[in-house]
Design a protein around this ligand. Structure first.
Ligand code: ATP
Ligand code: MG
Length: 441
């Protein structure tokens, strides 16, 4: 019997036979089935668990399939040639089958903080490598709907924690005591909102109360792990709804402190974020690519452009002002959520190109069309226009000219350039020739 505090709704495990649930082998990837079959054939327990089972039960299309087994990592390694053992917090096996990687994890148990399971003084689990039974494995998972197993041995779904009922009710429920489970791993609070947004589930009241109270614990999470989580929050296709929930539960400030304050202070910032996320969601729905560089360009733009404007007021030239504003503000962002260089560099290029796209100065404007970041910068200009900045004319200009033949482009640019410059009342001496950000390209 598990201790009373770690049980949830259901008192005993339920096995739901194949005839009574929706998980069919037809919908499980061939690679996952191959891994399950090999483990099973070698006399081990072999089950699917997590998002794969959850999404199949809901009639959705799983992103990936995770396998749970009683085989130890060493036994898994002996069974599969293309197997790598990874992870520090959790030791896992990655089995490669064709192009797919199947994550195979040994059942984990509860631990008392001994050598293989270390608990930080604040209740945070920093290492979790104690092996356990299937039931213990279910109990240490985060939410009831994530702790449903599909058993390869007889195709039954195994439910220790009332996950089936919660799936039917549309309830996101923590397994065990929410305060304890969120202290163990504060990232679970972000996962809660991510699943609530993705599945359109309601957060169970005790769980909701705990999140409202414990947000601060996210300050302890390494900024690199938070970055990974931010990507899952905003690039899983439900970013707009996720943003609403993050603000409702007041967690945004721990991920994107400047975005949080900009959205509170400035309706334009709010529109810009929601529009950026709506566009990202729409792109993902069409299987188009998205990049964190673009999303972070939007998240930080209100703060960076505001600071750049202050610096320009003091006589700094536009491109330098923007560079300096970014350099001043990025450290605070990096401390919360660390944006890796490979995204931070293109993000800054997107910003730097904004001035070149906003000033239409005849034929010279056209050079920017060849810039490797032109497309992203153009999309960003359109986003700003959509969010209400007076850039509709410029956005229309670049939209039109991209479609044109080079000779036609020159004619359009010569015609539009002069007019626009006068119209915007730009002062030329502030923008000496050759000062543009991307002049090097
Ligand atoms: P997704 O659709 O995003 O892949 P998922 O539920 O599969 O959702 P994963 O991050 O792939 O999420 O994790 C797989 C499973 O591992 C989860 O369903 C859950 O059972 C367990 N798990 C993952 N992270 C945690 C955590 N921080 N605490 C407890 N259990 C976790
Ligand atoms: Mg998963």
């Amino acid at each position: 019997m598990p201790p009373a505090s770690s049980t949830t709704a259901a008192a005993e495990p339920r096995r739901i036979p194949r005839a009574e649930h929706a998980v069919s082998r037809e919908h499980i990837s061939a690679s996952a089935l191959q891994v399950l079959s090999r483990l099973h054939g070698a006399g081990h327990r072999a089950l699917l668990v997590g998002g794969g089972v959850r999404d199949l039960l809901l009639g959705g299309e799983p992103k990936d399939f995770d396998v749970a087994t009683d085989a130890t990592p060493e036994e898994i390694k002996r069974l599969f040639r293309s197997c790598r053992l990874i992870g520090r917090r959790f030791r896992l096996a990655h089995v490669r089958v064709g192009r797919e990687i199947i994550e195979v994890a040994t059942f984990r148990g509860e631990h008392d903080g001994g050598v293989d399971g270390e608990v930080h003084h604040d209740g945070r689990i920093v290492r979790d490598n104690v092996f356990g039974t299937l039931e213990e494995d279910a109990q240490r998972r985060d939410f009831s709907i994530n702790a449903l197993y599909y058993d390869f041995a007889d195709d039954a779904v195994v439910d220790f924690v009332g996950g089936m009922q919660d799936l039917r009710d549309g309830t996101l429920r923590v397994i065990g005591e929410p305060y304890k489970r969120f202290r163990e791993d504060p990232v679970r609070m972000l996962r809660a909102l991510r699943f609530a947004a993705k599945l359109n589930f309601s957060v169970q009241p005790d769980c909701a109360a705990a999140i409202r109270e414990l947000g601060e614990l996210l300050e302890e999470i390494p900024s690199a792990r938070l970055f990974e989580e931010v990507l899952k929050l905003f690039q899983s296709g439900y970013g707009e709804r996720t943003m609403e929930l993050l603000r409702e539960y007041d967690l945004l400030v721990y991920l994107l402190p400047m975005t949080d304050s900009a959205m509170r202070r400035d309706p334009f910032a709010e529109r810009l974020m929601m529009q950026a996320l709506a566009n990202t969601d729409a792109r993902l729905a069409e299987d188009k690519s998205v990049t964190p560089a673009f999303l972070f360009a939007a998240f930080l733009w209100p703060s960076v452009s505001r600071r750049a404007a202050e610096l320009r007021e003091r006589g700094e030239q536009a491109s330098a002002a923007l560079q300096q504003a970014a350099s001043e503000l990025m450290p605070a962002q990096q401390e919360a959520t660390a944006l890796p260089r490979r995204f931070a560099v293109p993000m800054r290029e997107i910003w730097q190109l904004q001035d070149r796209l906003a000033v239409l100065n005849g034929k010279r404007s056209l050079r920017v069309l060849g810039h490797p970041r032109f497309r992203a910068a153009y999309d960003f200009l359109c986003l700003r226009a959509e969010a209400g900045e007076k850039l509709q004319k410029e956005a229309a200009f670049w939209t039109e000219i991209q479609e044109q033949h080079p000779e036609q482009q020159v004619r359009t640019a010569s015609a539009t350039g002069g007019k626009s410059r006068r119209g915007r009342g730009r002062r030329r001496r502030r923008r000496p020739a050759g000062d543009s950000a991307a002049a090097s390209t």
